[in-house]
Design a protein around this ligand. Structure first.
Ligand SMILES: [Zn+2]
Length: 435
C-alpha cells in the first residue's frame, strides 16, 4: 500500500533542526492535517473491512444477526486500542462512510479532527439516516462554518440541529440513556481510587444532596469532602469507615515485602499495584481486626522471571482454585490493550477441540473478548513461554497475529540460586462480619 513506509515515517516524523519558527508552526499545522487525513483513511478501511466480511459471511450462510461479529475486535487490535474503543472506531467509520460524507470529507482535509468528527457522529446517533444526512450537509457541506469552532460549540450546534429535525428522537435517547446507568472503578493517583456512578439526573442529584446533608449535620473536625466520602462508604457497605477493612480484597505481595524487608509493590486484584508500605498497613489492620479473616495462600514463582507457575489450593476444589490462579496470574483481560476486569476464565484452545482444563490453556478474559474469541476465524494458542511467563497468541480471521504476556508477579529480585522458590503470598482480606 505504501511502497516505502519507513521513508514515509521518516519524512513525517523527523524535523529539520535548523528550521525557523514560522516553518515549525507550519509543520505542526501540516502534521495535524495529516493525522486527520489518516483518520479518514482508517475510517474508510474499517468500513470496507466490515462490508467485505459481512458479504463473505452472507455468502457462507451466516445468519444476518451474527455477521461482522469480531470486526470491532480486529479494528481494535490493528489500532493497538481496547475492544470497547474498537467498537467506537468501527461505529464512527460506518457512520462517516455510509451516512455522513461531508463530515468525512472535512476530516480528510483536516478541517475536523477525529475527535470532532466523533462528536458529530455521537450527537446525530439518535437520528434516522435521512435526518443524519441533513445534519451532515448543514454543518459540514460548507467547512467555513467549522473554522474556529470549539468542541463544546460544535456539540451544541449538532444538538440544536438534531432537536429541530427530530425532537422525539432526542427525548427517546434520554430515556434510553437511563438504561445505561452503572457503577465503575478506576485507579487514581496516590493509592486512591475513583468510584464512579453514572445515574439518571434525579437520582444522582438526590444521592449527592443526601451526602451534603450528612456533611452539614456533622462537626467533628473532618472536612466536608471527608464526611461525604465516609458517609458514602458507610451507607454502601453497611459499616462505619473506622473499621472498614475491605471485603474480600485479594492482595498479592512478595514474602520479603510482607516481612518488612522488601519494597516491591504489591498488587490488589482488580485494581493494580500499591506501594509496599500501604500493603503492609492493610495486612496489619486486617490481622489486628478480630472480625476480619485474613487468610494466606502461597503462590510459587520462578525466581528468574516472576512468573506465577502454580497455586496451592487450600481446598481440593480444583476448578475454583484454578480459576483463582488464572485471575491472579492475568489480573486483567488478556486481549492486548483491553484492560477490562476478568469475567470469564476460558480455554484458549476450546474444550471441544481438545484443549485441556489447565492453567496453561486457561485465559482470563472480559465478557466481550470471550465472545469475540468465539467468532469464526479467531484462534488463540497459549503456553508457558521460555521466559516462564504465560503467553497467548491471538490470530484474527485475516491471519494477523497479536501477542499477550501475563504480567510479572510482585517479587523481590531473587538472591537464591534455586529453580523454584516461594516468593509471593496472596492475602485474602475476606469476609468481614459485623460482630
Ligand atoms: Zn477484554
Amino acid at each position: 500500500m505504501f511502497e516505502n513506509l519507513d521513508g514515509l515515517v521518516t519524512a513525517v516524523a523527523v524535523i529539520d533542526p535548523g528550521a525557523g519558527e514560522s516553518a515549525l508552526v507550519e509543520r505542526i499545522a501540516m502534521l495535524e492535517q495529516l493525522k486527520a487525513a489518516a483518520a479518514a483513511g482508517q475510517a474508510r478501511a474499517a468500513a470496507a473491512l466490515d462490508a467485505s466480511r459481512r458479504s463473505a459471511e452472507a455468502a457462507a450462510g451466516v445468519p444476518a444477526a451474527r455477521r461482522g461479529r469480531g470486526v470491532a475486535g480486529e479494528v481494535a487490535l490493528a489500532r493497538r486500542d481496547s475492544p470497547v474503543r474498537g467498537g467506537r472506531h468501527l461505529g464512527l467509520a460506518k457512520a462517516l462512510v455510509h451516512e455522513m460524507p461531508h463530515t468525512l470529507a472535512a476530516l480528510e482535509r483536516g478541517v475536523l479532527s477525529e475527535w470532532r468528527a466523533t462528536i458529530l457522529v455521537r450527537e446525530s446517533a439518535c437520528l434516522d439516516v435521512e435526518d443524519r444526512r441533513t445534519l451532515d450537509v448543514e454543518l459540514c457541506a460548507d467547512t467555513a462554518n467549522l473554522d474556529g469552532v470549539g468542541d463544546a460549540r460544535l456539540a451544541a450546534a449538532a444538538k440544536a440541529i438534531a432537536y429541530r429535525l427530530d425532537p422525539h428522537a432526542v427525548v427517546d435517547r434520554a430515556a434510553r440513556a437511563e438504561s445505561e446507568r452503572t457503577v465503575t472503578i478506576r485507579p487514581a493517583p496516590d493509592t486512591m481510587t475513583y468510584l464512579t456512578a453514572l445515574l439518571p439526573v434525579a437520582q444522582g442529584v438526590a444521592a449527592y444532596a443526601a451526602l451534603r446533608r450528612e456533611a452539614d449535620s456533622c462537626g467533628d473536625g473532618r472536612s466536608r469532602g471527608q464526611v461525604m466520602a465516609d458517609a458514602l462508604v458507610e451507607r454502601i457497605t453497611g459499616r462505619s469507615v473506622a473499621d472498614a477493612t475491605p471485603v474480600a480484597v485479594n492482595l498479592v505481595i512478595s514474602d520479603e515485602t510482607l516481612l518488612g524487608a522488601g519494597t516491591t509493590p504489591a498488587v490488589i486484584a482488580g485494581y493494580g499495584p500499591i506501594p509496599a508500605a500501604v500493603a503492609c498497613r492493610m495486612v496489619g489492620s486486617a490481622v489486628a481486626d478480630p472480625r476480619s479473616r485474613a487468610t494466606l495462600r502461597r503462590l510459587y514463582a520462578s525466581p528468574k522471571t516472576s512468573a506465577l507457575v502454580a497455586l496451592e489450593s487450600r481446598g481440593r476444589l480444583f476448578p475454583r482454585g484454578l480459576a483463582d490462579f488464572i485471575g491472579l496470574r492475568d489480573q486483567r483481560c488478556r486481549t492486548p490493550y483491553c484492560d477490562a476486569p476478568i469475567r470469564h476464565r476460558d480455554h484458549a484452545v476450546p474444550d471441544a477441540r481438545g484443549g485441556p482444563t489447565s492453567a496453561e490453556n486457561g485465559l482470563g478474559l472480559c465478557e466481550q473478548c470471550n465472545y469475540t474469541k468465539e467468532s469464526a476465524g479467531w484462534r488463540v494458542a497459549a503456553e508457558s513461554g521460555e521466559s516462564g511467563r504465560h503467553n497467548a497468541e491471538f490470530t484474527t480471521p485475516t491471519g494477523a497475529h497479536y501477542h499477550s504476556t501475563a504480567p510479572p508477579l510482585p517479587t523481590a529480585r531473587p538472591a537464591l540460586e534455586v529453580s523454584e522458590i516461594e516468593v509471593a503470598v496472596v492475602i485474602a482480606l475476606s469476609d468481614l462480619h459485623a460482630a
